[in-house]
Design a protein around this ligand. Structure first.
Ligand code: SF4
Length: 441
């Protein structure tokens, strides 16, 4: 057996997929080591934005030196970037020896072993039949999925997407929407709970479209997960506004384990731009969903994703996005300047905005949202929240971090013994990006 290293860029689905490969390789006797000691480095990369792709591409270039010197390590490239640029990577970098798309994750452990025994081979899995999930024996209880955090875990419930938003590469690189069977999802959750996981985040490009291809719905699955023995917290990401139903909000309101937090990507505050984006809702319909949600779950923490500088975005369209932020008052906005993705309809739309204008709008929007977020967070000072102490804070020795049910990061004093516990924390100070607090004994 060999020594391997895994590097992950991009979304939680990449993290989840990579953890599967780590688990299977480790169970077969492979040793996970630092990059400099690895025979094979698996890189899982993102393709959603040009910048993310460039980052991985330049990273690939950095192996040139060690390859010239000692012909190692070999690189296995996977994720959305491999689906899009895998063949180019095989041709460009002599040390990229294995490429597999996000839907070939299940084939990777065998392929990596094959590469280890035939280091001069080149393996291209891009055109093979998909295999997403491993036949890990969830019922057996003896397989522990390796993961970055002991107390929190992701569980993929669906992958792919059928929506074809005009700016998005995901349907092309991750394929059509496919739900995972509910029993398999529940078994995986049970296994994680038995292994000490307190918080599970259900994962998918559109989690609330879950089940539409197998005659089920997301509200039902969410309720079943929330009622599993031993589970303390359930979250889910990402939600599609048009598929966010009152039934899902009811489950959020009724099931104690489901956290009152939601990411509901608006993408633009302009109905005209939403039409060009092929988002299937208007500004008003989005606001209606938010009203419905807040009526049912009044303490919900609401975040969104928003793109500025989409082709043809006028000053008025941008003003609509700004006013949407003022109107909804999101807890947090994941904003981005529009980035062309080759092969998507938006990439060839007329009216592309200069990069400088996109950036200017992004800065203007972020300044507004920072002040909104800060105001919301400051109003929490003095309140007490239940926080899962899930990690050491980057602040240094003696500080832990965790999240409130609304998904806000809180930093507080605490030691190793407190990790994995739910603690009551009083908020003492607020910043736009995090809260500071003290444990209430
Ligand atoms: S819903 Fe739209 S933005 Fe989200 S993954 Fe599908 S195509 Fe991309």
């Amino acid at each position: 057996m060999g020594r391997f290293c895994v590097k992950v860029y991009g979304c939680q689905m990449n993290v989840y997929d990579s953890d599967r490969v780590r688990t299977v390789l480790a169970s077969r006797g492979w040793e996970e080591v630092g990059e400099s000691d690895a025979d094979i480095v698996m890189i899982t990369g993102c393709s959603v934005r040009a910048k993310a792709e460039q980052k991985v591409w330049s990273e690939l270039g950095l192996y040139e030196g060690s390859w010239q010197k000692n012909h190692r390590p070999l690189i296995a490239l996977t994720g959305c970037i491999a689906q899009r640029l895998g063949e180019k990577a095989l041709a460009r970098f002599p040390y990229v020896r294995l490429v597999a798309g996000p839907r070939h994750i299940g084939l990777l452990p065998d392929a990596i072993e094959q590469l280890a025994s035939h280091p001069s081979s080149r393996i291209n899995l891009l055109d093979t039949d998909p295999k997403e999930f491993y036949g890990l024996d969830f019922d057996g209880g003896d397989v522990t999925i390796l993961r970055g955090n002991k107390y929190k875990a992701y569980v993929t419930i669906a992958h792919g997407c059928d929506n074809f938003c005009t700016y998005c590469i995901v349907p092309y690189v991750r394929g059509r929407f496919v739900s995972r069977g509910p029993q398999e999802v529940l078994d995986e959750c049970r296994m994680l709970i038995a292994d000490g996981v307190q918080e599970i985040t259900l994962l998918g490009q559109n989690v609330n479209s879950y089940g539409k291809d197998i005659g089920l719905n997301f509200a039902g699955l969410l309720r079943s997960v929330a009622r599993l023995d031993g589970i303390r917290r359930v979250r889910f990401v990402t939600s599609l506004p048009q598929d966010f139903t009152p039934e899902i909000a009811d489950v959020m309101a009724e099931e104690a384990a489901v956290c009152p937090s939601l990411n509901l990507p608006i993408q633009s505050g302009s109905t005209r731009i939403l039409g060009l984006m092929n988002r299937k809702y208007t500004r008003e319909e989005y606001f209606d969903k938010v009203r419905m949600l807040r009526e049912k779950v009044p303490d919900v923490g609401l975040t969104t994703d928003l793109i500025v500088g989409f082709p043809g975005e006028t000053d008025e369209d941008f003003a609509d996005s700004m006013s949407a932020l003022r109107e909804v008052k999101f807890d947090l906005v994941h904003s981005a300047a529009y980035s062309e993705r080759e092969g998507t309809p938006a990439a060839v739309m007329p009216g592309a905005l200069p990069a400088a204008l996109r950036l200017e709008r992004l800065n203007t929007l972020n300044a507004l949202q920072d002040s909104i977020t800060l105001g919301i967070n400051q109003a929490l000072t003095g309140q007490v929240f239940e926080v899962l102490a899930d990690d050491f804070a980057p602040k240094g020795e003696g500080f832990l971090q965790g999240r409130t049910p609304q998904d806000k990061v809180v930093i507080f004093e605490g030691g190793r013994k407190m990790l994995g516990e739910f603690v009551k924390v009083r908020i003492t100070r607020a910043e736009a990006w995090c809260l500071h607090g003290e444990v209430v004994r």
